[in-house]
Ligand binder design. Structure first.
Ligand code: PGA
Length: 253
């Protein structure tokens, strides 16, 4: 079975005290991810080390960064490198979130460079893709997302591609309360798996976890995660509310 993942993306929310409380509230509830499940918290940079301490000793629970820079090191004031993340024992990093693409002009090429650096250091990238509303309305979302994979992922070899987690996040569903229907999610996830199968073969495509993101909540997670090609979720707003995120974790297959 593919790994099923509930990943929290806190974005730029919570103070250290509030975030630690949030983590502790979730960890002290009755969650116990199995060996085929993972729970990941993508917290702001300043909380990575403290958060790693908070989850210490908990099986199948990890801390992620929300971003990294696409150069190894140098004069990039304010940026954080993959080497820095590695040096504080961070094993996961969100790459290419739509907010980074839109607000910080990240291109598919820059995202490919970030993926390479992560893989080089043994970090698992959570690679985000997804279309804007105008593309969905034009009906060209399948081609658009396929191109994102093509330009950011398909230089990877058969071993490397299996080290990636993909998150499909339609931009029109992020933070809007407007979730994709489970049919829309399944349709795109199946398309992505087909595209991966064409490139790498179906055994490899069937091994890659594809998460859905965009207004995932406690109340819709069972339905979304129940789809055959949906392997969990990348969750923003609802991951900031302990009871909601616990319900989402419990909805994993
Ligand atoms: P949302 O955000 O759950 O608040 O829609 C998801 C994301 O941006 O990863």
């Amino acid at each position: 079975m593919r790994t099923q993942i509930a990943a929290a993306n806190w974005k730029m929310n919570k103070t250290l005290q509030e975030g630690t409380q949030l983590l502790n509230d979730i960890l002290s509830s009755d969650i116990d991810p199995s060996t085929t499940q993972k729970v990941i918290f993508a917290v702001p940079f300043p909380y990575l080390t403290v958060s790693n301490d908070v989850i210490k000793g908990r099986a199948n629970i990890h801390i992620a960064a929300q971003n990294c820079h696409h150069k190894i090191s140098g004069a990039y004031t304010g940026e954080v490198s993959v080497d820095m993340l590695d040096s504080i024992d961070i094993k996961y990093c969100i790459i290419g979130h739509s907010e980074r693409r839109e607000l910080f002009d990240e291109s598919n090429q820059v995202i490919a460079e970030k993926l390479n650096l992560c893989l080089g250091k043994g970090l698992t990238p959570i690679f985000c893709c997804g279309e804007a509303l105008s593309i969905r309305e034009a009906g060209t979302q399948n081609d658009y997302v396929e191109n994102q994979l093509n330009e950011s992922l398909f230089h990877l070899n058969k071993v490397e591609i299996q080290k990636i987690v993909i998150a499909y996040e339609p931009i029109w569903a992020i933070g809007t309360g407007k979730t994709a229907t489970s049919e829309q999610a399944q349709e795109m996830h199946a398309h992505l798996r087909n595209v991966l199968a064409k490139q790498y073969g179906s055994d490899i495509a069937n091994n890659i976890s594809i998460l859905y993101g965009g207004s995932v909540k406690g109340s819709n997670a069972v339905e979304l995660f129940g789809q055959p090609d949906v392997d969990g979720g990348l969750v923003g707003g609802a991951s900031l509310i302990p009871s909601e995120f616990v319900q989402i974790i419990k909805a994993l297959k």
